[in-house]
Design a protein around this ligand. Structure first.
Ligand SMILES: [Zn+2]
Ligand SMILES: [Zn+2]
Length: 401
C-alpha cells in the first residue's frame, strides 16, 4: 500500500510550521467532523469520516518532531513501533478545548475538570445528631452510640480485587479517564469532555469476574463502630463534639476525616428552660403569697432542692434571681462571656412568678381587704424591661439534699 501523503492531506508544504499545521488541522477537522455531517447521505458521511481520520492521523504525525522525521525518511512504514496518537475524537477535543472556545461562535466548548488530587487530604467530615436532655447538659454525661462507618475493604485493601491481573484499563474511556461528547444545538456545536462515568477518571476498572469476595468490587465495607461520647457540663444546642479520624473512607483521600456529633436538646418534661447561660423556671403563687412572702423548694436539675424564701411583695411577672444556679459554663466558653471583666463559671437561676387570683370574693371579704391593703393608684413600671442582672437577688439559704 502506498504511503499516504500527510502534507497533501492537510494541504500544507513540507516546511509547514506548527502554527500552520494546527490552523489547517482545525479548519479541516471542523469541516469533516462526523457531527457536522448529519445531513449528508451515507456515502458522503463515510467518506468524510475517513477524511476526518486521515486529517487527525496526519496532524498527529506532522506535529510530533520524532514522528515527522521518521515519516519524512521512510513514509508510513517508518512509523511502525511508534506510539499511536489519541483517537481522532480525543485529538479534536484536546485541540479545541486548549483554545478555550472558538471565535465566530460555531463551536462552544466546555470542559469538566478531572477530580482533584485528594491524596493528602482527609475525607469529608461526617455529621450525626446526638440528643440530650437539659439535665444531661447541666450535669454532663457520657453516652454510648453505635454508628456504621464506611471503611476500606481489608481483604483487597481497597482495590476491589485480590487477583493480580484484576485491574485493567477502563473499557469505556480506554484508560484515558475522560470521554468526549459532541452535541449539536441549532447552529452551535458543543463538545464536552467529561470525566469518564464508568471509572470516574481513575482510568482503571476491575476485570469482570475478578471482584473481591468480601466487598464484591465496591472496595468498601461498612462496619459498626461504638463510641463513648462525653457531653460536657454546660453543653448547648448545636454544640459539636468532634471524634477525630472517624469519618467514612473515600477512595482517593489520604485519610479519614472526623465524625462530628451535633448536639440537639430534647424537649423533655423538665419544668426549667435555658435562656442563654441562665436557667428559668416559672412558679405560680397565690395572691396571698404574693403579698405575704413565699417559702418553697425547687428541685434542681441535679436533684438538689433549693429553698426559695422571700418576704417582699411579688407582683405578676416579677422574678427572683438565685446567683450561680444557672447553667455551668465550660472553661472554653468562659473566655467568650465576660461580665465586668470577671470570669463567670455559671449562669443564674431565674424564678418567674405568675399570680393566681381567687375566682370570686364576697362583699364581706372585699371590705376586709379594702381595710388592710392601701389603694395604690400610680402605675409601677419597675418590672418593665428589667434585665435578669437587676432582679432582686435571693439570699441563699441552706440547700437541702
Ligand atoms: Zn473510564
Ligand atoms: Zn474487597
Amino acid at each position: 500500500m502506498p504511503s499516504k501523503d500527510y502534507y497533501e492531506i492537510l494541504g500544507v508544504s513540507k516546511n509547514a510550521n506548527d502554527a500552520e499545521l494546527k490552523r489547517k488541522y482545525k479548519r479541516l477537522a471542523m469541516k469533516y467532523h462526523p457531527d457536522r455531517n448529519n445531513n449528508s447521505d451515507e456515502t458522503t458521511k463515510k467518506a468524510n469520516a475517513e477524511k476526518f481520520k486521515d486529517i487527525s492521523k496526519a496532524y498527529d504525525v506532522l506535529s510530533d518532531p520524532d514522528k515527522r522525521k521518521k515519516y519524512d525518511m521512510f513514509g508510513e512504514e517508518g512509523l511502525q513501533g511508534m506510539s499511536e496518537g489519541p483517537s481522532p475524537f480525543d485529538m479534536f477535543g484536546n485541540i479545541f478545548s486548549s483554545m478555550g472556545g472558538m471565535g465566530g461562535g460555531i463551536f462552544g466548548n466546555s470542559r469538566q475538570q478531572r477530580p482533584p488530587d485528594n491524596s493528602k487530604k482527609a475525607s469529608p467530615n461526617v455529621y450525626a445528631k446526638l440528643s440530650m436532655s437539659l439535665q444531661d447538659a447541666y450535669r454532663g454525661i457520657e453516652v454510648e452510640k453505635s454508628l456504621p462507618r464506611v471503611e476500606k475493604c481489608d481483604l483487597c485493601n481497597g482495590k476491589g480485587t485480590t487477583a493480580p491481573d484484576g485491574i485493567q484499563n477502563c473499557r469505556i474511556c480506554l484508560g484515558k479517564g475522560e470521554t468526549v461528547q459532541i452535541k449539536r444545538m441549532g447552529p452551535m456545536i458543543t463538545q464536552q469532555i467529561s470525566t469518564c462515568y464508568a471509572c470516574k477518571g481513575a482510568c482503571k476498572m476491575i476485570k469482570p469476574g475478578s471482584e473481591c469476595k468480601k466487598c464484591k468490587g465496591d472496595k468498601i465495607v461498612s462496619n459498626i463502630r461504638n463510641y463513648k461520647i462525653k457531653i460536657p457540663k454546660g453543653s448547648v444546642d448545636s454544640d459539636e463534639i468532634i471524634i477525630k479520624g472517624e469519618s467514612d473512607w473515600i477512595e482517593g483521600y489520604g485519610y479519614h476525616g472526623d465524625l462530628i456529633f451535633k448536639l440537639e436538646l430534647t424537649i423533655g418534661t423538665c419544668n426549667m428552660k435555658r435562656e442563654g447561660v441562665n436557667l428559668v423556671i416559672t412558679r405560680n403563687i397565690s395572691l396571698v403569697d404574693s403579698l405575704c412572702g413565699v417559702d418553697f423548694g425547687i428541685k434542681h436539675l441535679d436533684d438538689r432542692v433549693i429553698r426559695v424564701k422571700y418576704n417582699g411583695i411579688i407582683k405578676e411577672g416579677d422574678s427572683l434571681l438565685v446567683k450561680g444556679e444557672g447553667m455551668p459554663i465550660s472553661k472554653e466558653k468562659q473566655k467568650n462571656i465576660k461580665q465586668s471583666n470577671k470570669k463567670i463559671k455559671s449562669g443564674d437561676l431565674v424564678i418567674r412568678f405568675k399570680l393566681l387570683y381567687p375566682d370570686e370574693l364576697d362583699e364581706e371579704r372585699k371590705n376586709l381587704i379594702k381595710k388592710v391593703i392601701p389603694n395604690v393608684k400610680s402605675l409601677d413600671s419597675r418590672n418593665i424591661n428589667i434585665l435578669p442582672e437587676h432582679y432582686p437577688v435571693l439570699k441563699k439559704k441552706k440547700i437541702q439534699i
